[in-house]
Design a protein around this ligand. Structure first.
Ligand code: NAP
Length: 294
């Protein structure tokens, strides 16, 4: 069994991007510039945004944090998005979700110019992904694909079972795994809460991607020996031994499943660290597009 070390891969990506930024600057180009918009004071969101800003600094990007109080109106937020869409020295931006309930998240997502949508949530980017055209891939699916690529895990003709059909993980990762080329060319089955015989379907999987948010759901009797298991789940479960009072639990019963696998991602330290790396990769792509380097 080999552990897929997302932390290590994400550090490798950061080093590569840092070197690329230095080359760009030497050649007189502008540093990639990412803005992150945050609304309110949700603890989780503040942590994620701080991590994104720190990651930008680490690789030498310029970053701008734009904070609004929770009572900002939808109109004020849309006005800011319009400004950011037109800001010439800004390559990409994201609006950290979730937003307060009086703001329509879909309206916000649609307002972001697709060429600056480094979260890859705009329907134009989602549509382009479905057509196999160049686009910004959303962070988690892109991170999973990058892990498979970096570990050179064979996917062609393999049966990939995905548990979960959300718009941010299950469905896009299914599309990518079924796309022509590597990593892809897999035969994909998407399972969800209405799936019958889920256990039997998983038993036929060469690759299982678990993204349902149910700790320990994938048990050893569901996994074929030699399978590759990608655990996307990150559920906070109470843990009195931790300073935070919780720990992150994956969707896979790691202790019993890991010995059966050829490759497996741990939680934490697997898919999670890849999401910021994917955002940095998208921002680099946006910066190159803005500066006509692609
Ligand atoms: P979500 O929107 O809640 O979707 C969950 C999916 O799992 C749904 O399609 C649901 O089916 C399916 N499901 C739920 N219970 C099931 C069951 N008992 N059997 C089969 N399918 C079941 O979740 P999400 O946003 O995709 O996230 C999934 C997990 O990944 C969460 O733990 C989340 O925290 C984590 N996550 C991690 C990262 C990361 O960076 N590591 C990023 C994003 C998400 P229905 O459609 O039928 O309801």
């Amino acid at each position: 069994m080999q552990l897929i070390d997302g932390k290590l891969v994400s550090q490798q990506i950061r080093s590569e991007l840092k070197a690329e930024v230095e080359r760009m600057v030497e050649q007189g180009m502008r540093r990639p510039h990412l803005a992150v918009v945050i609304v309110g004071h949700d603890g989780g969101s503040e942590t994620y945004v701080a991590a994104k800003v720190k990651a930008c600094e680490e690789v030498g990007y310029r970053s701008t944090r734009i904070a609004f109080e929770a009572d900002v109106t939808e109109e004020q937020l849309l006005q800011k998005i319009d400004e950011l869409n037109r800001q010439a020295d800004l390559d990409g931006f994201i609006v950290q979700l979730p937003l307060p309930s009086h703001i329509d998240e879909q309206k916000i997502t649609l307002a972001i110019a697709p060429e600056k949508d480094v979260d890859g949530f705009h329907p134009v980017n989602v549509g382009r992904m479905n057509l196999g055209l160049p686009c910004f891939l959303s962070a988690t699916p892109a991170g999973i694909i990058e892990l498979l690529r970096r570990y050179q895990i064979p996917t062609q003709g393999k049966h990939c079972v995905i548990i979960g059909r959300s718009n941010i993980v299950g469905r896009p990762v299914a599309t990518l795994m079924a796309q022509k080329g590597y990593p892809g060319d897999a035969t994909v089955t998407i399972c969800h809460s209405r799936t019958q015989n889920l256990k039997q379907i998983c038993q036929t999987a060469d690759i299982i991607i678990a993204a349902l948010g149910r700790p320990g759901f994938v048990t050893s009797d569901m996994v074929k020996p030699g399978a590759v298991v990608i655990d996307v789940g990150t559920t906070r479960v109470p843990d009195a031994t931790r300073k935070s009072g919780f720990r992150l639990a994956g969707d896979v019963d790691f202790e019993h499943v890991a010995p059966l696998c050829s490759y497996i991602t741990p939680v934490p330290g697997g898919v999670g660290p890849m999401t910021i790396a994917s955002l940095l990769l998208n921002t680099m792509q946006a910066a190159k597009q803005t500066q006509n380097l692609l």
